[in-house]
Design a protein around this ligand. Structure first.
Ligand code: ADP
Ligand code: MG
Length: 720
């Protein structure tokens, strides 16, 4: 086995750089050249048809057959002219990732390339292989994909990709996108209604998302020589390198050449696909990096993030690299997240989370600001559940990632504003439009745009003109978190509107009514606000005192979806039915179990088949040495001591693996998925993973480096 490691290291030494040039001098000359978007529609459709399409897209209306035929025909001509041979419905099943089934444009019967409107609008992939959480077995065995015209088609390789949702024949949604679209609709309606209290010109509110994507990059040969990376996407063993991230020198360091080439190339591919990637930099841990796009409407931003991950994986291959999105690929180093920067923006171009210099507009800002905090307070457990996965469990609360406790950071200036508003809140309405609040609210913009007022330890932070949900996992589909966030904000905005309307009906002046409700919200949601160090032990205690949840693992976190409060929330806004929520939880629990199970198997196999044999070989060498020393009459105490130490670790590993296998046998018999998931978490993962790892990592320090079979952390992480 060790030969694989050294073979990989030899390859690493021979690697050269892969030079990458921009295809054209300016990015603007090729940006979105592989996107069939509004511009292309306008250019290729008859004006009357284009009008129909654009209004249908804007107002989320159904597109009729004739119009769909025209769009399909235009898309086909565009794609074929660019060399496409196939089309596919591109969707996001609950497995994570994306799925596609390619069909050729070529129709052998007629001998020509064809693409009908009906094929654009709806397709039937073989749904039986996608998880449905029991929906299909109980109800309907087949599903279909349906065109989402709000996200543009794009050409990927030789295939025209059509973003779609995935639904069972009985109407239950089986993907990540469908509920997201519904939640976005809900927040549009609710936010618009609240905006109308301020400005009648506002008739649409769009949620936007800028997902900052973190990732690790490792050499492909080294990756292939680590079965745990290949099978589980993470290392299950590995002693911390002598130098980790304690030097804190990676963050602003220069990007290694090979990684730089890789970045340049995947950025080019992204630009062609209309993905507005913008920022690249090193992250805190060695070999960790980040790419951030310019924010876009949530649905498109999320499709782009899904596509980005795919593009990155493919391009990495060309550079003999592997990109890791796993939430915790290396113990002892920072995990990988996907900060979801989020805001609401009106059709009049106002970012509802951007404070302004006018007191009147700031009341609108404060309304959304306070209502969002209130929503997070009300539904913290649901937000926590929305980001729960087996892999993210290793990251949350691991002293360097957002804690599993949901809290909101708003900065000292906004804290002062809310405190003032809560305590005094005496608002004087002057004649006309002039409103004066004894808060110094006019002062907000200058102050909070001060970027030094930042807290990196908060899972949900206000960052000047947007909120940043930082607990989302690096490999996750943002749709689930974004569905929850937009939904809870929509609901709270509805409640806000009701409360204000009730006050107005009692005769309170509108703006006073608004301030009164906001003051109430500030008081009620105070416990969720936290400005201190979210990684500290004090916060764990303090949060408990405040009654905030600290749910450490996925199986328990997911329970929040099934609470009466959550079920009502999903049903009321038509986002997910009771049955759908249950099915989704079942899918996620099953996914959890499988992930832990795979990891347990990888740990067992590696430990028994690679580590122990290696340790024994080395131990035999020591025994020979000890005997030799003894024969010469030389003191062999330290060698004997090492031999004993190795024996101790070998025993610990053997016993651990054997017991863990017995536990799996027992747990696998449990029929209740929820109970089985909890058992996998507590009786397998928590009971054995660290214990076995500890013994293996100790052996790594004892066994001759020449014999050690697994590529070491220092080799994986210090790519140059
Ligand atoms: P940071 O310091 O957190 O990296 P940036 O300004 O670089 O902040 O923004 C990070 C991400 O936030 C980018 O994707 C950016 O486009 C996005 N972003 C900025 N403004 C908004 C907004 N109003 N709504 C949503 N995302 C936004
Ligand atoms: Mg950020």
């Amino acid at each position: 086995m060790a030969h694989l490691r050294f073979e990989a290291l030899r390859k690493l030494n021979e690697r050269g750089r892969v030079p990458v040039d921009l295809p054209k001098p300016l990015i603007s000359q090729f940006f979105a050249e592989n996107v069939f978007g509004m511009e292309q529609l306008r250019a290729t459709l008859a004006p009357a048809i284009f009008k129909k399409v654009s209004s249908a897209i804007k107002n989320h209306e159904k597109i009729d057959d004739t119009t769909a035929d025209a769009v399909a025909s235009a898309a086909k001509s565009w794609a074929i002219a660019k060399g496409a041979s196939h089309f596919t419905h591109w969707f996001q099943p609950m497995t994570g990732g994306t799925a596609e089934k390619h069909d050729s444009f070529f129709d052998a019967l007629s001998g020509i390339e064809k693409f009908k409107g009906s094929e654009l609008v709806q397709q039937e992939p073989d749904a039986s292989s996608f998880p449905s959480g029991g929906i299909r077995s109980t109800f309907e065995a087949r599903g279909y994909t349906a065109w989402d015209p709000t996200s543009p088609m794009f050409l990927y390789g030789k295939t025209l990709c059509i973003p779609t949702i995935f639904v069972s024949y009985t109407g239950e949604t089986l993907d990540a996108k469908s509920p997201l679209l519904k939640a976005l609709k809900a927040v549009d309606v609710s936010a618009t209604r609240v905006c109308q209290l301020f400005d009648k010109d506002i008739n649409h509110v769009t949620a936007s998302l800028g997902p900052e994507q973190e990732y690790f990059v490792v050499d492909k040969a080294l990756f292939m020589a680590r079965p745990d990376l290949v099978m589980a996407g993470k290392t299950v063993f590995g002693h911390a390198p002598a130098r980790g991230q304690q030097m804190e020198d990676h963050y602003f360091g220069s990007i290694p050449g090979r990684v730089y080439d890789f970045m340049k190339e995947f950025e080019i591919e992204c630009w062609k696909l209309g993905i507005p990637v913008r920022t690249r930099h090193n992250e805190v841990a060695p070999s960790q990096f980040e790419v951030a796009p310019l924010f876009e409407e949530v649905n498109v931003a999320n499709d782009h993030n899904q596509l980005l991950m795919d593009v990155m994986s493919r391009v990495a291959d060309k550079h003999e690299l592997k990109v890791l999105f796993h939430e915790k690929p290396f113990a002892g180093l920072n995990g990988t997240g996907k900060h979801n920067n989020w805001s609401l923006i009106t059709n009049t171009g106002v970012n509802l989370y951007a404070p302004t210099s006018s007191a009147r507009d700031n009341l609108l800002f404060l309304t959304f600001f306070v209502t969002t905090i209130k929503a997070v307070h009300e539904h913290a457990d649901l937000l926590r559940a929305s980001i729960a996965t087996a892999a993210n469990d290793f990251r949350l609360g691991a002293n360097e990632a957002p804690p599993a406790i949901m809290s909101v950071f708003i900065g000292s200036q906004m804290t002062a504003v809310l405190d003032e508003l809560e305590k005094k809140g005496n608002v004087k309405i002057e004649k006309g439009d002039n409103m004066y609040m004894k808060l110094g609210i006019d002062q907000i913009p200058e102050i909070i745009l001060d970027a030094t007022d930042r807290n990196r330890t908060s899972p949900f932070a206000f960052t000047g003109n947007k909120f940043e949900f930082r607990a989302v996992g690096g490999s996750d589909n943002c749709a689930t978190a974004m569905t929850a966030l937009n939904l809870i904000v929509a609901d709270q905005l509805d409640k806000f509107h009701e409360a204000v309307t009730a006050e107005i009906e009692k005769g309170t002046e509108k703006r006073l009514a608004i301030v009164n409700v906001l003051r109430k919200y500030i008081k009620e949601s105070k416990a969720i606000r936290f400005e201190g160090d979210g990684y500290s032990d004090e916060w764990v205690k303090e949060a408990a005192k405040r009654g905030l949840s600290n749910i450490k693992n996925t199986p328990r976190a997911l329970d929040a979806y099934l609470s009466k409060k959550s079920l009502e929330l999903f049903e009321k806004h038509g986002v997910l039915s009771h049955k759908e929520v249950e099915a989704r939880n079942e899918i996620r629990l099953e996914a959890y179990i499988k992930r832990v199970q795979i990891e347990a198997r990888v740990i067992g196999d590696l430990a028994m088949n690679h580590i122990i044999p290696t340790a024994i070989v080395y131990q035999n060498k020591l025994i020979e040495n000890a005997n030799g020393l003894k024969g010469l009459g030389v003191d062999n105490k330290t060698v004997v001591q090492t031999i004993k130490e190795i024996s101790g670790h070998i025993d610990a590993i053997k016993n651990g693996v054997r017991e863990m296998i017995e536990e799996r046998k027992r747990v696998n018999k449990m029929t209740d998925t929820h109970k089985r998931a909890i058992a996998y978490c507590e009786d397998i993962k928590e009971a054995y993973f660290d214990k076995i790892r500890d013994a293996v990592d100790k052996l790594e320090l004892l066994v001759d480096d020449e014999d050690w079979p697994l590529v070491k952390y220092r080799e994986l992480l210090f790519l140059r």
